[in-house]
Design a protein. Structure first.
Length: 82
């Protein structure tokens, strides 16, 4: 097991070494959610990966990311019909 405080300390040290600041360890979670949802991973799968009890929690927190997907779906439908 890794001590959580030691992990965060190493994370901050790594950021300092590469000249980054202002990034919290928790921000990695949001980055992961953004990447998977913006790349077509199903909300049910994303919800489980993020450890949410229900997909509705994932949608409440990250639902705004799916608006971009709506444009992609509309373009795909137009492509199919044309």
């Amino acid at each position: 097991m890794i001590d959580p405080s030691a992990l965060v300390k190493k994370f901050k040290l790594s950021l300092t070494r590469v000249g980054l600041s202002g990034i919290r360890f928790h921000d990695l979670r949001h980055t992961t959610a953004s990447l998977i949802l913006n790349n077509g991973v199903d909300v049910l799968v994303a919800s489980k990966r993020l450890g949410h009890a229900k997909p509705s929690i994932t949608l409440d927190v990250y639902g705004h990311l799916l608006n971009t997907a709506q444009n992609e779906v509309a373009n795909k439908i137009e492509e199919i019909i044309s």
